[in-house]
Design a binder for this molecule. Structure first.
Ligand code: NI
Length: 200
């Protein structure tokens, strides 16, 4: 190719590049960072862990955090999801597991006592931390994580009620910022892959 043609081609490419970047920049909402939606998930919390220790989000900084909201009386969703979490933790192995804190936060503070939470979490995984709190503390954290939960009348359940709730597992980075979430249908293997990816 003659030099002139090459120079013209390069010139055209430059013009095209500038035009594209101008288009991208003027696209409505393009000033909003791609992660803006995720920044709205998470935040500070103050709760009590299953050993009775007062904890806050700051206690878990420096490690990744897996956050799942549920309740110990849950008949099926929570046990299944916690098994998935436990399975994923086993798949990633000891070394990686030390870089992550899995949290199970109750959305049923009326019934989930410290004792109940302590015996519940140990059924699933030795690393799993159960968190309880006052109704206000739980409400606040649930709102920050944008999780849905609601007390509903159910005559067949203990105490005549159950909790409707979303079943997402949130993955937060070492600074407590949202990375991604896993849905109920995520297999332990897929979750493990997601965790490993977040650590690399
Ligand atoms: Ni549940």
């Amino acid at each position: 190719m003659p030099k002139k043609v090459i120079i013209i081609l390069i010139g055209l490419l430059l013009v095209l590049g500038i035009a594209i970047s101008a288009l991208v920049q003027t696209r409505p909402g393009s000033n909003v960072p791609a992660q803006s939606g995720s920044a709205l998930i998470g935040g500070a919390f103050e709760l009590t862990d299953h050993t009775g220790k007062q904890v806050s989000d700051k206690d878990y900084l420096g490690k990744l955090m897996l956050v799942y909201f549920g309740f110990t009386y849950c008949p099926d969703i929570c046990p299944t999801e916690l098994q998935h979490i436990a399975g994923a933790l086993d798949i990633i192995g000891d070394k990686r597991r030390k870089q992550i804190t899995p949290l199970f936060v109750t959305i049923d503070p009326e019934r989930d006592t410290r004792e109940l939470m302590a015996s519940y979490v140990e059924n699933f995984h030795p690393d799993l931390v159960g968190l309880i709190g006052t109704t206000e503390q739980i409400k606040k954290m649930g709102k920050n994580y944008r999780v849905y939960f609601k007390k509903v009348v159910d005559k067949d359940s203990p105490d005549g009620y159950t909790m409707d709730h979303s079943a997402l597992v949130f993955l937060m980075d070492k600074k407590g910022r949202y990375i991604r979430h896993f849905s109920y249908s995520t297999t332990p293997q897929k979750m493990a892959e997601g965790l490993i990816k977040a650590m690399n």
